[in-house]
Design a protein around this ligand. Structure first.
Ligand SMILES: [Zn+2]
Length: 204
């Protein structure tokens, strides 16, 4: 079994967008599609070159995960399906390339980008939820701190996500840098939020 080679050939040959289109999804110019994994009204799913992320339901993964989930098949079957449907070639008898001991620079950068993207997208979803959940119902209501936070931070987080989606490699690298204090703060904030007790919108 040369399980790796199917995955390798898919990764090297097709983009997330090509896979989505192949299986009937309509990809907008900005890479957004209507999410097939939840009852999506507006396109909530973003397709990056190598992975997808749904702002509505949080579904994420690479092209093979996508096809596996779409058809309810294993990742191995999904890989083979993509190979067949795209007419890709791979030598199933080729010797497997020796496992790399250390991740390449590009792999590390990719991991880092995926991590940063997840942190930002998660925070973005939380803020969006808070905007409705903590929206003051009456003019005399005190503004909830979570509503304030959502109002103050949403635009900036949206901007960072935007750069991550469509910025230059340099701009992306800057946001994804381990030294970027913004991302660290947001990751820290997410941990805090996870530990906070549920708050009611009418706290006084
Ligand atoms: Zn979704």
């Amino acid at each position: 079994m040369k399980a790796d080679s199917v995955f390798e050939v898919v990764k090297q040959s097709v983009s997330m967008k090509e896979v989505a289109e192949q299986y009937g999804l309509e990809v907008k110019r900005d890479g957004m599609v209507v999410c097939p994994f939840h009852a999506d009204k507006t396109p909530s799913m973003k397709l990056n070159k190598d992975y997808y992320y749904c702002f509505g339901c949080g579904a994420t993964g690479d092209a093979i995960d996508f096809v596996a989930r779409l058809f309810g098949i294993s990742t191995r079957q999904a890989g083979e399906k993509i190979v067949a449907d795209f007419g890709l070639q791979y030598d199933s008898k080729a010797p497997r390339s020796p496992p790399r001991k250390t991740a390449t620079k590009a792999q590390i950068a990719k991991q880092r980008e995926l991590y940063t993207f997840r942190v930002l997208a998660k925070y973005f979803r939380v803020l969006n939820r808070w905007l409705t959940e903590y929206n003051p119902k009456n003019p005399e209501d005190q503004i909830h701190p979570r509503f304030m936070e959502a109002v103050q931070r949403k635009e900036y987080v949206e901007y960072l996500l935007d750069v991550l989606m469509s910025g230059t490699p340099e701009e992306k690298a800057e946001i994804c840098s381990e030294r970027n204090p913004d991302i660290r703060r947001i990751a820290h904030r997410l941990t805090q939020i996870n530990h906070e007790k549920p708050q009611t919108a009418v706290e006084r």
